[in-house]
Design a protein around this ligand. Structure first.
Ligand code: ATP
Ligand code: MG
Length: 285
């Protein structure tokens, strides 16, 4: 039978999250030892474990049908693949950093400077657009030590907390681009494979919607139901059930995870009581 071949990172920051995503989508994998391949016992996919840098190329060539990889790698490798869906993990930024005692005003600082990076294409494109002339020194890793050993004046690299920069006497001065994990696909998938991909995407969206939303239940005086319903539109409209106590109702709805603290303040002001916010496991719109 035709299986969809999915490339994921063998070991690194994307590996656990990629496997977790399959699990949340109800996809069971046969051998979890990540040798080279694993098959699913209940979904028509085969997982290939690869180095993340190679994933865009394998997907372009059709060795893998789809892949999970950081956008930073997709942009840097510049392969001919479709970016299908952002996955909401491995969020990071690619930034320019300079020695911490340097005075920084704006991008013109970088004119005729030497910048070390593992992402030369992304950086060249950025400076070309800004019409700034830099010399780019491509290195494979440990970019942050480059200024300290006299290899470059500045660096362009992935920054998360900034602690690595600090340890190397550097400071972040410009965020060039933000990246997260994405699903990429071969541009010429067969009909059968496209159908499997659509099924997988349906599940991924169900999982992601669930993560972004919470189920909310509360009690409210009847005269506040209309106003509260307007704040809590939910998926279609909220459910309103009468309480045994005269004059009160129970309202059930769905709120966005990142909005619920604001909404809860408004609800309390309208007289809501006994507010419960519960995680949702899957959510199909
Ligand atoms: P490989 O050996 O497979 O080439 P790697 O060392 O290149 O692995 P990782 O460090 O595991 O890659 O990072 C994989 C991806 O995770 C990066 O390409 C980036 O998209 C994202 N990432 C990297 N660093 C961070 C971070 N500090 N926080 C969040 N996401 C990050
Ligand atoms: Mg890599």
């Amino acid at each position: 039978m035709n299986k969809l071949k999915i490339a994921i990172q063998k070991s690194g920051r994307l590996s656990e999250k990629s496997l977790e995503l399959f699990k949340e989508c109800g996809i069971k994998l046969s051998n979890g030892d990540r040798k080279l391949k694993a098959e699913s016992t209940n979904f028509p996919i085969e997982v290939l474990f690869l180095r993340d840098d190679d994933i865009p190329q394998y997907v372009e060539q059709g060795v893998a049908d789809i892949g999970i990889v950081g956008e930073n790698e997709v942009w840097e490798k510049n392969k001919n693949v479709n970016e299908i869906e952002k996955l909401g993990f491995a969020n990071c930024k690619l930034s320019l950093a300079i020695p911490k005692d340097e005075i920084y005003t704006n991008l013109s600082y970088f004119n005729n400077k030497k910048v070390a990076t593992s992402y030369p294409k992304i950086l060249q494109k950025f400076f070309d657009e800004k019409k700034i002339n830099v010399e780019i020194e491509e290195i494979g890793g440990s970019v942050e030590i480059a200024p300290g050993i006299g290899l470059a004046n500045a660096i362009f690299d992935i920054v998360s907390t900034g602690s690595t920069l600090l340890m190397n006497g550097l400071k972040e001065v410009e965020v060039v681009i933000k990246s997260e994990a994405v699903l990429i696909a071969d541009k010429s998938l067969s009909k059968e494979k496209q159908a499997i991909l659509d099924k997988l995407l349906f599940r991924i969206k169900g999982v992601r919607n669930a993560k972004e939303n919470k189920y909310i239940l509360l009690n409210a005086p009847n005269n506040a139901v209309a106003q509260i319903s307007a704040i809590l539109p939910g998926m279609k409209s909220p459910t309103v059930l009468p309480l045994v106590e005269e004059g009160w109702s129970s309202i059930h709805s769905v709120v966005k995870e990142d909005e619920f603290w604001d909404i809860i303040d408004q609800l309390k002001n309208l007289g809501a009581q006994g507010i419960l916010v519960v995680p949702i496991e899957k959510m199909i719109l």
